[in-house]
Design a protein around this ligand. Sequence first.
Ligand code: TMP
Ligand code: ASP
Length: 239
Amino acid sequence: MHKCEQLYEGKAKKVFLTENPDVLIVSYKDDATAFNGLKKGMIVGKGAINNRMTNLLFQKIEEAGVPTHYIQELNDRETAVSRVEIVPLEVIVRNVAAGSFSKKLGIEEGTELAEPTIEFSYKNDELGDPLINSYFAKALNLATSNEIETIKKYAFMVNDILKVEFLKAGLRLIDFKIEFGRFHGKIILADEVSPDTCRLWDVESGDKMDKDRFRRDLGNVEEAYIEVARRLGLEIEKE
Ligand code: TMP
Ligand code: ASP
């Protein structure tokens, strides 16, 4: 498998075509952005950590019955994945109040929710990924009713799997964002699961171990990413 022409460059990844029309290669960057690209920076070593961590977790998710785009890790930063058509929804699952949920609803960060929640944002950078509901998604032809039902079912399954995996690593899964794609008509999990896309708090100290350290200028950003990866059993060299 080898990289052909670059198809796309996003904020955190580059995507390349391969000789197989059903397969892409994603290449994870160290670039970090927040607030829809307003804040820009670099988290050294992040690309390799997010790539390897996503692949580890996608394999566990797949074993538990949710199909994913993962095919094969090629090296520290690059992975072969199934070529999907991304459903333009950011799917956010929350277990504990934090971030925009706390701000919008006036609920203190760290408040445990009575049950997990799900929300959708329309994936559109120009509009700042506005919050929408599933009726909007259907009305705008972003996804069908069946696809939305599948996405909801899979998102809560992913939550159950990730909560257990992170808890084994001494981390509380506060919330996360995932994306899905269509592969030959079927919904599968795509994109990534990493400290860029999850809130992870240390079980003992409550310390934030995720991208909020970058968003909120808390310091020790690289160290937190490395620590999360190590706790999940990945061997990471500091770059
Ligand atoms: P929020 O509280 O800012 O809405 O974020 C909820 C979760 O989604 C949090 O784990 C961070 C993640 N997230 C992304 O992965 N990408 C984004 O663009 C945003 C806004 C949040
Ligand atoms: N997706 C956001 C950005 O574009 C990053 C974030 O806050 O996670 O900058």
